[in-house]
Design a protein around this ligand. Structure first.
Ligand SMILES: [Mg+2]
Length: 258
């Protein structure tokens, strides 16, 4: 798989500078966590991008998309259609560009596709001065477009996206590095990753970040429980801040900033 260098800064929105670094950081997956039932447009963009660049007819059928990074999905699609590793490697940079162009042109209105409790939670964390980041397998412009069309973009300061690392653990690492480099969080800040897939739990654990699991995606609560997340809830309406960042809570962060 093609590995691309992360850009200098991942910051998309201008972060409102606080007088001191925040005591916590919350990272969110997108599909199945912030949004669901967002339509076939994403899958179609991947198929169309491969067709445009290589003339190969591919499909996402029989690929376990859940929790996968977009470049890995594209690789599997092409391999299933008989493409050689050399062709995949050569075509990938242009396919990534095309997939994003196509999605951005076709992304539907997603304002009614947010998962239960999302908007209220993001608003509450923002009011407390907790910076929010994305950790998603979506390609950069696809991820930001979804958030924009869902009306959630203003809540997020930065993100780590599918083409930036070879796996989700690498994406979490990039997000942490960015938050520390920007001095948005203190050295001992509590960090939580909220996601709907086993892959999110594994990525959190690999980085010693609190794994918060929601069953608003494809995985059942039983399946998620098998990966021992720190918190497992049906949806974000049930998430109390003490469950999300208990260390920040112990430091009085919530009461102080409210
Ligand atoms: Mg997901």
């Amino acid at each position: 798989m093609q590995q691309m260098k992360a850009p200098q800064s991942l910051a998309e929105n201008t972060y409102r500078i606080h007088s001191r670094p925040a005591p916590g950081l919350v990272l969110f997956d997108i599909d199945g966590t912030l949004l669901r039932r967002s339509g076939p447009h994403h899958r179609h963009a991947l198929v169309e991008a491969i067709r445009t660049v290589t003339a190969l007819e591919t499909t996402t059928d029989h690929i376990p998309l859940h929790g996968m990074l977009d470049p890995d999905i594209l690789t599997r699609m092409m391999r299933n259609a008989g493409a050689s590793p050399a062709l995949i490697r050569r075509a990938m940079p242009e396919i990534l560009r095309q997939a994003q162009n196509i999605y951005v042109r076709n992304c539907p209105d997603l304002r009614r596709k947010t998962c239960p409790g999302v908007r209220a939670l993001l608003a509450r964390l923002t009011a407390l001065g907790i910076p929010l980041g994305l950790v998603t397998g979506n390609l950069t412009r696809i991820g930001w477009k979804k958030l924009e069309r869902a009306g959630l973009k203003p809540f997020f300061h930065f993100g780590a996206f599918g083409e930036m690392a070879k796996d989700r653990a690498g994406l979490v690492r990039i997000a942490l590095r960015e938050a520390r480099a920007g001095n948005w969080i203190g050295r001992r800040a509590a960090v939580a990753l909220v996601g709907d897939a086993p892959a999110d739990i594994l990525a959190a654990k690999a980085n010693r970040v609190r794994a918060v699991s929601v069953s608003t995606g494809i995985s059942t609560p039983e399946e998620l429980a098998g990966y021992s997340p720190d918190v497992l809830i049906a949806d974000l309406r049930r998430l109390r801040l003490e469950m999300l960042l208990p260390e920040a809570e112990a430091g009085g962060a919530y009461s102080e900033r409210e």
